[in-house]
Design a protein around this ligand. Structure first.
Ligand code: FMN
Length: 187
């Protein structure tokens, strides 16, 4: 699929079939995530592949989102802030979140390209997930990503996205018109 098609096809999918995705596809998606830009090219993220049914159920419970139980594989995206804190001090938290976001989007685009389904899960009890997966205290759980095939019925389409006319400004804040700056008043 070309990039434009993948960008327009990617959607948060929450209804999964019983078919288990092949393991090499999970690795391909994680490799795509690992190619994302990172501050100072630091290695910040770790990816835990979860196939154990009991653990998947516990994580679905920690997210209070029952649809997650239907996925046969989850990936937990975790960050280790140690090196970023040393190198970037006050900017570190922002940088880690931005890197995690870039990596997760790469992951989701690759999943879409391979005909699989996923959903970015950011709402969860972090302590419960850390206990379930034996994640050390100094590590942050950034997201849970179920990997599955979409159920045949009720195909999810991409949601309505913002109109560019509402999100693009020219030269200064809130100027929606190219070559016609908005009057900003005197200072
Ligand atoms: C940081 C973040 C956290 C999210 N957390 C959840 C979540 O916990 N559960 C869920 O079902 N969707 C979650 N989503 C998915 C959004 O609801 C979804 O991206 C949004 O509704 C737009 O739909 P689309 O992804 O299909 O374009 C999250 C998305 C982001 C970026």
């Amino acid at each position: 699929m070309n990039l434009d098609k993948i960008l327009k096809k990617r959607a948060s999918i929450r209804n999964y079939s019983d078919k288990k995705p092949k393991y090499d596809k999970i690795i391909d998606a994680i490799e795509a995530a690992s190619l994302a830009p990172s501050p100072g090219n630091l290695n910040i993220l770790k990816f835990i592949i979860i196939e154990d049914k009991e653990k998947i159920n516990k994580i679905a419970q920690a997210c209070q989102q029952p649809f997650i139980k239907k996925a046969l594989i989850l990936v937990a995206v975790c960050s280790d802030s140690e090196k970023t804190n040393i190198m970037y001090d006050k900017r570190a938290d922002k940088y880690i979140k931005q890197h995690a976001g870039a990596a997760i989007e790469n992951f989701l685009l690759k999943i879409t390209d391979m005909g699989l389904a996923s959903c970015w899960i950011g709402a969860f009890s972090e302590i419960t997930i850390k206990n379930t997966l034996k994640i050390p205290e100094n590590i942050t759980v950034e997201a849970i990503l179920p990997i599955a095939y979409q159920h045949k019925t009720n195909k999810t389409k991409q949601k309505l996205k913002p109109n560019l006319g509402n999100i693009v400004y020219f030269d200064v804040w809130n100027n929606k018109y190219k070559n016609k700056p908005r009057k900003t008043g005197t200072h």
